[in-house]
Design a protein around this ligand. Structure first.
Ligand code: NAI
Length: 399
């Protein structure tokens, strides 16, 4: 088996893949279009980050590709729908940088409460401004978390351990961790919180959702933190609120328009304002998160390539099965009635015993994993492939 890893994926991924007997080629840059198709010749597993685009053209040109790993959080750079239709599982790392984001938020809450960035700027300019004015401890202050998902809930735990009082609001039902209090509305949260930290997802309805109305309704001299999506906060309204002194400070890591490359020029209406911390979308960018992403996604690719496991795949029906046979058949097919009966007839006709079988479906797609009691012949695989409902059939001989 061969894997191609692009875009400087952490070496932990290559180490894991090699440790499982998979040959790895690593390249520093991204590849697109015909360059990518050329590089994928003879490749079973592809690993990318956010800059390589796996389009439907690439997917159609590489039917030998067995799985794609996005060594990042998002999968917008992959035509997931096309991948699904050819039975190509896509994996990503949705949780690997959660802790990194949370640590930065905690750091920023304290930095805002102590005017750390302004103090540093003055010291760098040679001005000694020793004063306790406007500086606060965060102990006992109320943190309002909007969006209590992976990041929001972990922030809740760490903030409580600092002695903060945690309240949260989520549109979905969420278990309150520790002593966190669940607000019944966003308005309630905003009216109580000394710090509002936004951790909602990128659904369309969240575009511009934290606008002038909510910013003006925040407690006087409170802080706003946004490390989720750049389009969620109305930047002009925030600028006005900080300049007027209504908001005492803000920390913003994500922007409606972000330059594509490191070193590019950046401009924002939020520049040049005191106690407004701007960072270039680095919430999740730590070496620990990169290593975790490397191990997590490489593990998923290995589990699929060697066992057919699709747990946490972005697009495939999920199956995890212990080994019980000599040969394992992975059968991606259309989710229509009667497929399993046809498949099992073929096994019966070839006189092979089905030791274990699992079927899962997701939308229009079905995925069956079958352990057979004897080695399977190429003819059997060909017959499975010839079923009109079949999308992709793979036989794994050494379990
Ligand atoms: P998640 O999907 O686990 O949690 C999002 C939560 O927000 C869900 O519980 C959802 O019900 C809730 N939600 C959605 N819309 C809402 C609304 N209007 N009001 C209240 N609750 C709402 O996502 P996760 O992993 O916690 O990530 C949160 C955000 O952080 C995402 O937008 C993600 O893209 C961003 N992120 C930013 C990073 C950075 O480097 N700055 C790194 C990683 C994630």
């Amino acid at each position: 088996m061969k894997a191609l890893l692009l875009e400087n994926i952490h070496h932990a991924a290559a180490d894991l893949l090699k440790g499982r007997g998979i040959e790895v080629t690593s390249l520093a840059g991204a590849l697109d279009g015909s360059d990518l198709i050329g590089a994928l010749e003879g490749i079973d597993l592809l690993g990318i980050r956010s800059r390589t685009h796996v389009t439907s053209e690439v997917i159609d040109a590489c039917p030998h590709l067995k799985a794609v790993g996005a060594f990042c959080i998002g999968t917008n750079q992959i035509d997931v729908s096309s991948a699904t239709h050819v039975g190509l599982p896509v994996f990503n790392a949705p949780f690997s940088n959660t802790r990194s984001v949370v640590e930065l938020v905690i750091c920023e809450i304290i930095a805002l409460a102590r005017h750390l960035t302004d103090q540093n700027t003055m010291m760098q300019k040679g001005i000694w401004m020793k004063s306790a004015k406007g500086a606060h401890e965060v102990r006992g202050r109320t943190l309002g978390i909007v969006g209590y998902g992976n990041i929001g809930s972990q922030l809740s735990v760490l903030a409580e351990s600092l002695g903060m009082r945690v309240i949260f609001y989520d549109i979905a039902d969420k278990l309150a961790l520790g002593n966190a209090y669940r607000c019944s509305s966003l308005e309630e949260l905003i009216s109580i919180a000394d710090v509002v930290s936004l951790h909602v997802d990128g659904r369309a309805s969240n575009k511009g959702f934290f606008g002038m109305e909510y910013i003006q309704a925040m407690k006087p001299r409170s802080f706003l933190i946004n490390l989720c999506r750049g389009t969620v906060v109305d930047q002009e309204a925030l600028r006005e609120a900080v300049l007027s002194g209504h908001i005492a400070g803000a920390a913003i890591d994500v922007f409606p328009e972000e330059p594509p490359n490191a070193g590019d020029e950046f401009s924002s209406v939020l520049q040049g304002i005191d106690n407004l911390i701007l960072t270039p979308h680095i919430g999740g960018s730590t070496l620990e998160a990169q290593e975790d992403i490397g191990c997590f996604v490489a593990g998923k690719l290995i589990d699929y390539a060697q066992y057919g496991t699709t747990t946490m795949s972005v697009n495939c029906p999920e199956i995890h099965m212990d080994s019980s046979g000599v040969c394992r058949i992975l059968h991606h097919h259309l989710n229509v009635p009667g497929v399993l009966a046809k498949v099992n007839t073929i096994y019966g006709d070839h006189g092979v015993n089905v030791e274990t079988q699992q079927l899962a479906t997701r939308g229009q797609m079905g995925y069956a994993v079958t352990d057979l009691g004897s080695p399977c012949e190429a003819e059997l695989v060909a017959e499975l492939n010839n079923l009109p409902e079949s999308i992709r059939v793979t036989a794994i001989m050494e379990l």
